[in-house]
Design a protein around this ligand. Structure first.
Ligand code: SF4
Length: 178
């Protein structure tokens, strides 16, 4: 994998922070999955990308096994204060748009790219869950949390920031590439 090329592409797409990801640093934790059950985002049991529909941690561990390269991508947005939900949603939407662009780029170069994103899958306007099978199982994107990853820890272990100050919000996703 040519990391420099991927970094350049990610920067061009618009991510504010980018770092190489060493997949061997990834730990999938049951306690992170448990946080999904608290349903603070309102997406638990609402989408094939989220628990419980997304599959078990064991299945995810099997999926990521064998990947030796990766890239972390981040969008850091500015907010007025911790109640500035509009700016938070704007930053998240921008991040997700850029994430899908990057996914398309990577799939063209590395067809086995595994995308692990932020929040629920946004490939379709409305998810088919639970009434019909996922429309695009090979394009479905689950979040780092759904995979049981503690985002702060993954960032730290791969020398990427996570907190950029009180007037910022950071959204993080990653791609595993082979
Ligand atoms: S690809 Fe569509 S149907 Fe499948 S999880 Fe994503 S939003 Fe749902």
């Amino acid at each position: 994998m040519d990391y420099a090329e991927l970094e350049k592409a990610a920067g061009k797409i618009g991510f504010t922070h980018i770092a190489p990801l060493d997949p061997s640093t990834i730990v999938l934790k049951e306690e992170v999955r448990k946080m999904c059950e608290a349903n603070t985002c309102g997406r638990y049991n609402k989408c094939w990308s989220c628990p419980p529909g997304c599959g078990s941690l064991e299945e995810f561990a099997e999926q990521i096994k064998g990947y030796q390269h990766g890239i972390l991508v981040q969008t850091v947005g500015e907010i007025e204060d911790s109640m500035d939900f509009e700016a938070m949603m704007d930053a998240e939407a921008l991040h997700k748009r850029h994430f899908l662009q990057m996914y398309e780029f990577l799939r063209g170069k590395y067809p086995k790219t595994l995308a692990i994103g932020t929040g629920s899958c946004t490939q379709c306007k409305e998810c088919t869950y639970p009434d019909a099978p996922c429309r695009f199982p090979d394009r479905r994107v689950s979040s780092m949390e759904a995979y049981g990853m503690l985002v702060l820890e993954v960032c730290k272990d791969n020398h990427l920031g996570y907190y950029y100050g009180p007037n910022t919000i950071a959204y993080t996703g990653c791609f595993l590439v082979e």
